[in-house]
Design a protein around this ligand. Structure first.
Ligand SMILES: *Cc1c(COP(=O)(O)O)cnc(C)c1O
Length: 415
């Protein structure tokens, strides 16, 4: 197989021109700090796009999640239910506040938090009052079910929509379902400021608190007066210029990503694989990353240690490690699925709840390689998707011809 001369990335920034004009405007008018027209405008654009009442522009999605966890009132020692198969930025802010993440297993329909496992978790830990839930790879999770369960148990929702800006569930934008919601403009997201994030909420007081906390919690006084702990989390007006220039291209990026997803789905239709699934009736993802999962019967032997992987090549079968190596060999970038948090050494002591209850007691991830539940399906769904799944090159500047080469490369792995 021929190597691409220029690397095909997983998902790289795509600039259009207006971004540099807004940055230049910030420079020329000397609004080079965390105040200015670009910031005001991106907050307005985010509200307009998502339908949220208030948006606060911050330095990163992680900063927005930290502020959300504070707003949710997480105190040292509080247990918090969190998505398990996600980027660690979803859960680390809980720990910044001294909270203890309890990981809720994943479902197969959208690869997000399993409402059945969430309900089980409330049976086990009825005292929990906060749930942090993410929409993986731009695919909305089971929003109605999760909202109903949280309402029943009086829990606040922090929604991590960092990967799903522009995606909708029943016609409503993600980033609006929780009490406190976060989006990200990190360099590889659907639109980017090179960095940056935002807190979205319908709660005016909450938005005002975040404005204050994120600018070192200054009180209204002639000098620097402080009554509360502060943070330096506000977005720069220069970064906001890039975000401002990107916003009008959000729908274009989504259309490109969707075309990529559909081209992969068509290209793989004769292979023993599925694309990352979504609820086609109720949701419209932003298709940020195209992913695939290999049917269990078509998996060759693959073993992953903490930092290395081994596999045995087999005719008619493959595994994520083999496919990722083949993709890297043609100078393209794929990536394993987010390794579930309950499998991460840093969170090895935290509880993990599956649809049948205590996952630590039942699954024994590293030893068994996959215990089955009463329904005959793998009990640890996150571990199973991590084992069999991978993210494909999903850059919106990838040409159809380049994508065809990637599709051929994946097909060859199954020969
Ligand atoms: C990117 C990402 C974040 C963090 O956003 P940053 O802007 O990089 O801090 C949080 N959660 C998820 C799921 C993400 O993918």
């Amino acid at each position: 197989m021929k190597k691409f001369e220029k690397k095909v990335w997983l998902s790289s920034p795509t600039m259009h021109g207006p971004e540099i004009e807004y940055v230049k405007e910030a420079y020329e008018t000397n609004w080079m700090s965390t105040v200015g027209a670009n910031i005001n405008e991106v907050e307005r654009l985010a509200c307009e796009k998502t339908g949220c009442a208030y948006a606060v522009a911050l330095s990163a999605g992680t900063a927005a999640l930290h502020m959300a966890v504070k707003l949710a009132g997480v105190k040292p020692g509080d247990k918090v239910f969190c998505s398990d198969m996600t980027f660690d930025a979803t859960v680390n802010p809980v720990v910044y506040e001294g909270g203890i993440p309890i990981f809720i297993d994943t479902e197969y329909d959208t690869w997000n938090m399993d409402p059945v496992a969430l309900e089980k978790a409330f049976e086990m830990y009825p005292e929990v009052k906060v749930v942090v839930t993410a929409h993986l790879y731009g695919t909305p999770g089971k929003v109605d079910e999760i909202k109903d369960i949280c309402k029943k148990h009086g829990a606040v929702i922090v929604e991590d929509a960092a990967e799903s800006l522009g995606a909708t569930y029943k016609g409503v934008q993600t980033g609006t379902f929780g009490n406190y919601n976060c989006i990200s403009f990190n360099g590889n997201k659907i639109i980017t400021g090179s960095a940056g994030g935002m807190l979205l909420t319908d709660d005016k007081d909450a938005a005002e608190k975040v404005r204050k906390w994120s600018t070192q919690s200054r009180e209204n006084a002639p000098w620097y007066q402080h009554e509360e702990l502060g943070y330096n989390y506000r977005m720069s007006n220069v970064i906001a210029g890039v975000v401002r220039g990107q916003f009008p291209y959000l729908e274009e990026h989504i259309a490109q990503k969707k075309a990529i997803y559909e081209r992969y789905r068509e290209g793989f239709k004769d292979l023993p694989v599925q694309m990352n699934p979504y609820d086609e009736k109720n949701s419209e993802p932003n298709f940020w990353l195209s992913c695939m999962i290999i049917d269990p019967e078509a998996m060759c032997k693959q073993v992953r240690g903490e930092c290395e992987a081994l596999y045995v090549s087999e005719a008619g079968k493959s595994c994520p490690t083999e496919i990722l190596e083949a993709i890297a060999a043609i100078n393209a970038e794929g990536r394993p699925i987010w390794k579930p948090m309950h499998m991460q050494p840093i969170y090895r002591m935290n509880a993990f709840v599956t649809r049948e209850g205590n996952g630590r007691a039942k699954t024994n991830a590293y030893i068994s390689g996959g215990t089955l539940g009463k329904d005959g399906q793998p009990l640890d769904v996150g571990m199973d998707i991590f084992h069999r799944g991978l993210c494909l090159p999903s850059d919106n500047k990838m040409t159809p011809e380049q994508q065809d080469v990637i599709i051929e490369t994946v097909k060859n792995c199954f020969k």
